[in-house]
Design a protein around this ligand. Structure first.
Ligand code: XMP
Length: 525
């Protein structure tokens, strides 16, 4: 694929002020960026190796240093080009970031032997300065996670708050607009944290709160028009949120120059194919090619039982069918993809092992000769959902749970057949319906049914049965990297179980999966 992907570039768009979050290895760097965006200021994450020149080039309104797992005293601890402090850009250091500011500018960071983890009582010192003064409470609860402490601020800095274990819990040099907080304003356990961040953004950096989803739509529509000009674009729809929002956004920009391709693998959830075609063709008025390919998938999956082989088989066939359909669209030169900001960050840094070979519409091969259009590249998932709502996509699509590219194929253990898919679709629909009725949709990351490759004995009426069990899997998660099994109410599980056994022929038992991730994965294959 020719890699010249063009996404809206908010950094150089004069509509938005940009705050850069420098990542020192914190688990919270993404969270900081999201909090900044909640304040309607665009933010991006950059590595700590960024030089002062590179930083200046991006013309940020402010810079936030994240926390990090290291001590500033260990060899190889991440630092930043000290010329950054002379770039005339406001700096806020958080936790490790604050300690780094103190150390690099001539203060003292000590190993006191007494760390602080969890809730701490913060007391304002003096007038509390810009970040903690005025109408914020003199005592407030904050979230701490540090071992070293700043014991002496650099010259020119005022100490504006302390805790029992951190004499310098906040410090400011208002003339240079450099400041630091030892606590974590980005986490919910710091109740006034968002206000502290907003004071930095608005009072110190002078940012404008213009990062709204409607302005994002406007900017990205203009960028897409620029990129595609009079050309034709195609977009593979998977039924998931990302490809749906990307398609709707591109359609808003170029209308009939966009054609969507929806490959119905026969491995979708009950009613999903109808919902996708209905939404896009009728409601959004998008030109849609609906390829009904269930037979080809079932034929290809005959006798395939090994999970990776199954994933590869589904992925390859999907691509072949997509290519065939795309080949029929004359002069299509642009391919729309729903790549999100976390994918962008991850592909820059991740060296994680491949646990499963993921297949999705985004996994199309390199040798397809398209220029990519990726309008969601700067966005987090919650922003994508808000853009989708604003574009008028229905709630069932915008708030849909994540669904794997290989579909029900990886939720049927062993060989995939049409009969098994029918059983699983029926059971899965009940799980989702009951979850929705219980009002738990948005609390649960994913809830679905799995069909294992075994039979068990039961008794129904007066008869012995020898039929299939269904396993219910429901998890809570922030990002699918880790997950916990959901503590669903017992009466809800009971309703699911009764209905599945009563309504789905061929099922005589229901089990609930109580494995977190790790050690399990969310999907069963
Ligand atoms: P696992 O099973 O690895 O899944 O814990 C993590 C998340 O990814 C989804 N998933 C996929 N998504 N293509 C996708 O687009 C895939 O091949 C795929 N496999 C798993 C899964 O549903 C969960 O949300």
């Amino acid at each position: 694929m020719s890699a010249d992907s063009v996404a809206p570039d908010p950094v150089h768009d004069p509509t938005y002020d940009t705050v850069l979050v420098v990542d020192f290895g914190a688990q919270y760097a993404q969270l900081i960026a999201r909090r900044v965006r909640e304040a309607r200021v665009y933010s991006e994450i950059v590595p700590h190796t960024i030089t002062a020149d590179e930083l200046r080039e991006r013309n940020p309104a402010g810079v936030i240093f994240s926390g990090g797992p290291k001590s500033v005293h260990v060899e190889g601890a991440p630092t930043i080009d000290p010329a950054v402090y002379d770039a005339g850009v406001p700096v806020l250091g958080i936790c490790y970031g604050a300690q780094l500011v103190a150390q690099q500018l001539g203060g003292v960071v000590s190993r006191t032997g007494r760390g602080e983890y969890g809730r701490a009582e913060l007391a304002v010192v003096g007038d509390g300065g810009v970040l903690l003064g005025r109408d914020l409470p003199v005592h407030q609860s904050v979230w701490m996670s540090h071992f070293d402490s700043i014991s002496q601020p650099p010259e020119g800095f005022a100490v504006t708050a302390s805790t029992p274990e951190a004499p310098v819990a906040a410090l400011e040099d208002t003339s240079r607009r450099i400041m630091g907080v030892q606590f974590h304003p980005e986490v919910v356990h710091t109740p006034h944290g968002q206000e502290v961040l907003e004071r930095f953004l608005f009072d110190v950096c002078g940012c404008r709160p213009t990062w709204t989803m409607s302005s994002v739509i406007e900017t990205s529509v203009a960028t897409i028009r620029d990129q595609v000009a009079g050309g034709r674009a195609i977009c593979g729809l998977s039924g998931g949120v990302d490809s749906a929002v990307a398609a709707a956004l591109v359609h808003k920009a170029i209308g009939p120059q966009l054609t969507c391709v929806f490959v119905d693998t026969g491995l979708l959830r009950a009613g999903e194919a109808e919902q996708v075609t209905e939404t896009f063709r009728r409601t959004q008025g998008i030109e849609l090619i609906h390829v009904r390919a269930a037979d080809r998938f079932f034929e290809r999956l005959e006798g395939v039982t090994e999970p990776e082989e199954k994933r590869k088989a589904i992925g390859e066939l999907f691509i072949r069918i997509f290519e065939d359909a795309a080949g029929g669209i004359e002069d299509a030169r642009f391919l729309v993809q729903g790549t999100l900001y976390p994918d962008v960050i991850e592909s820059g840094t991740s060296a994680a092992d491949t646990i499963k070979s993921h297949h999705n519409v985004g996994g199309l091969p390199d040798d397809m000769d398209f220029e990519l259009v990726e309008p969601l590249r700067p966005l987090f998932k919650d922003e994508v959902r808000r853009v989708g709502e604003e574009l008028g996509l229905p709630e069932e699509i915008v708030w849909r749970q994540p669904f794997p590219g290989p579909g029900l194929g990886v939720r049927i253990i062993g060989e995939v057949t049409p009969d098994k898919v029918a059983i699983l679709q029926a059971a899965d629909a009940i799980v989702r319906e009951e979850l929705h009725r219980a009002g738990l949709d948005r609390e649960i990351w994913q809830a679905f049914a799995v069909l294992p490759d075994i039979r068990t004995v039961g008794v129904m009426g007066d008869e012995r049965t020898y039929a299939r069990p269904i396993i219910i899997r429901a998890v809570t998660s922030e990002d699918a990297m880790t997950a916990d099994w959901a503590r669903l109410p017992h009466d809800l599980l009971e309703r699911m179980s009764n209905r599945i056994i009563g309504e789905v022929a061929g099922v005589n038992r229901v089990a609930y999966d109580i494995t977190s991730k790790p050690p399990g994965t969310i999907e069963w294959e």
